[in-house]
Ligand binder design. Structure first.
Ligand SMILES: [Ca+2]
Ligand SMILES: [Ca+2]
Ligand SMILES: [Ca+2]
Ligand SMILES: [Ca+2]
Length: 414
C-alpha cells in the first residue's frame, strides 16, 4: 500500500511543510477458502458403469498466494456410495473405483454427493460442491413369473377355464421399455389351440379343447408325458407310471410360456402352464358309509386315503334301500334291511398330479371298527374310477411282490 505523509507548520509567520512517501507491505495470510468454478456438478451415467469410468472433473481456485494457503487439494467425497468413487487430489478427476459400486437405478434415480476441496495443501480452509449422479436405466432386471407353475382347469364347455387364466411376470427395471413385459407360448401349443395375450397374459382357447382320450391320444399323450416326467413325484417316477397316471397325464396339456422384456438385450424367463380337462381332475362319487350320522371330517379323511384325491363332501343323508338308484345287490351281505344303519355320502374327488394311494393306511382305517365297510359307485364314471383305483392297487401290490421276491433272492444269494 503506497501513501504520503505531509508535515506542515501551523505558526502565524511561516507555513513550511514537507512530504514523505510511505510504502506499507502487507503480509499475505490464508484468509480465503477455495471456490469451485461451478455451483454444482450434474452428470448422467449408466447404472452399469464399470471401474475406471470417468465421472467428472471438478475445479476450485483460491485467491491466496500459492505458497501461503492458496494451494488447493481435493480431499474427499461425501454421500452415498462415496467409497465406490476415486478422487484425484491434484486434478479433481472423479472416477468409478469398483465394478460393484452399488449405484442402482432401481434403488434411486439420482445420487447426491459432495466433493470437498481444502487449501493450504489439503489441510486448510474447506469448500464443498454438490455432485449429482443421475443414473440412466439399463436393462439389468429379468421378467420374473409370480410362480413357476400355473394350473388351469377347463370348464365343462371346453371353451373356457373355470377361472380367468392369467399368468403374470414382473420386471424390476425402472423405466420403459426395460420393464415392459410381453408373453408368448414357446412350447406345447399344438394345433394352435391356445392363445396367450401378449400384453395381459391371459390364456384363452381358439377353439373348444377336446381332450385326447383313448387310442387317439396315444401319441400326444406320450409326447406330453415325456415332457412332464420331471414333475412326477419320485415314487411314481421310480416305479414307472401306472396306467391310471398315464391316462391322467395324457389328458393334461402342458405349455411353456415365456415372459420377455422390450429392453436391449432382451431378458426373459419361462413358466409351465398345465391345463386339465374337467373330467380328468374331478369325480363326483356316491359312497355308502356305516352309521346314521357319520363324522364328516373322519369320512372325508377316509375317502381321501382310499381315493388318493382331495375330497369335498357335497351331501350326507341316511341310506334307505334302493336309495338314489343304488342297486341293493352291490351292498354287502348284511345290507338287506338288517338293523345296520348306513349313510349316503356324495363327494367330489379332486385329483392332483401326484395323487397317492397308501394301502397300509387304508388297511389301518378299515381295521378301526366300523369306519368304512363298503364303497360303491353310483354313476358309470364312478365305476370307471373305482376300477381305475383297483388297478392302481393291483399294480402297487405287484410291485411290492416283486420287491419281496428280489429281497428273498438277494438273501439266498448271500
Ligand atoms: Ca486460501
Ligand atoms: Ca439395476
Ligand atoms: Ca428388464
Ligand atoms: Ca435397470
Amino acid at each position: 500500500v503506497h501513501f504520503q505523509i505531509l508535515a506542515q507548520e501551523l505558526g502565524p509567520a511561516t507555513n513550511l511543510s514537507t512530504l514523505v512517501n510511505v510504502t506499507v507491505y502487507l503480509a499475505d495470510v490464508n484468509d480465503n477458502a477455495p471456490v469451485f468454478e461451478q455451483n454444482d456438478y450434474i452428470v448422467d451415467l449408466p447404472e452399469n458403469m464399470t471401474a475406471g469410468t470417468r465421472v467428472v472433473q471438478v475445479h476450485a481456485t483460491d485467491v491466496d498466494t500459492a505458497g501461503l494457503g492458496g494451494r488447493v487439494r481435493y480431499t474427499q467425497i461425501l454421500g452415498p456410495h462415496n467409497t465406490s468413487l476415486n478422487l484425484d487430489p491434484a486434478s479433481g478427476v472423479v472416477t468409478v473405483a469398483i465394478n460393484n459400486h452399488g449405484f442402482d437405478r432401481e434403488a434411486m434415480p439420482e445420487y447426491h454427493l459432495y466433493v470437498e476441496a481444502r487449501d493450504d495443501d489439503g489441510i486448510g480452509n474447506r469448500a464443498q460442491v454438490p455432485l449429482v449422479i443421475r443414473l440412466i436405466d439399463v436393462n439389468d432386471e429379468t421378467p420374473t413369473f409370480e410362480k413357476p407353475l400355473y394350473e388351469f382347469i377347463l370348464a365343462a364347455d371346453l371353451r373356457n377355464f373355470t377361472v380367468p387364466a392369467f399368468i403374470r411376470a414382473t420386471d424390476g427395471d425402472a423405466e420403459a421399455p426395460n420393464n415392459e413385459v410381453r408373453y408368448e407360448l414357446i412350447y406345447g401349443n399344438y394345433e394352435n389351440k391356445f392363445f396367450l395375450h401378449p400384453i395381459t397374459g391371459e390364456l384363452k382357447l381358439n377353439a373348444p379343447l377336446v381332450p385326447r382320450t383313448g387310442s387317439q391320444s396315444a401319441v400326444g399323450g406320450l409326447r406330453r408325458r415325456r415332457q412332464t416326467s420331471g414333475v412326477l413325484p419320485p415314487n411314481l417316477a421310480s416305479t414307472g407310471t401306472t396306467s391310471q397316471q398315464q391316462q391322467k397325464e395324457s389328458d393334461v396339456f402342458v405349455l411353456t410360456a415365456r415372459a420377455f422384456d422390450l429392453g436391449v438385450p432382451v431378458r426373459y424367463s419361462t413358466a409351465t402352464i398345465r391345463v386339465y380337462p374337467p373330467e380328468s381332475r374331478t369325480r363326483t362319487v356316491t359312497f355308502i358309509v356305516p352309521g346314521s350320522d357319520p363324522d364328516r371330517k373322519k369320512v372325508q379323511d377316509t375317502l381321501a386315503d382310499i381315493t388318493g384325491g382331495r375330497v369335498i363332501i357335497q351331501e350326507v343323508r341316511p341310506y334307505r334301500t334302493g336309495d338314489g338308484g343304488i342297486p341293493t345287490d352291490l351292498i354287502g351281505a348284511g345290507g338287506g334291511g338288517s338293523g345296520t344303519e348306513r349313510s349316503v355320502v356324495i363327494a367330489t374327488i379332486l385329483y392332483d398330479a401326484d395323487s397317492v394311494v397308501d394301502i397300509a393306511k387304508i388297511q389301518q382305517r378299515l381295521s378301526i371298527n366300523g369306519t368304512v365297510t363298503n364303497i360303491i359307485s353310483q354313476e358309470e364314471r364312478s365305476a370307471i374310477l373305482y376300477k381305475a383305483e383297483n388297478r392302481v392297487l393291483f399294480w402297487l401290490l405287484i410291485f411290492l411282490a416283486i420287491l419281496l421276491a428280489l429281497g428273498i433272492l438277494t438273501l439266498l444269494l448271500c
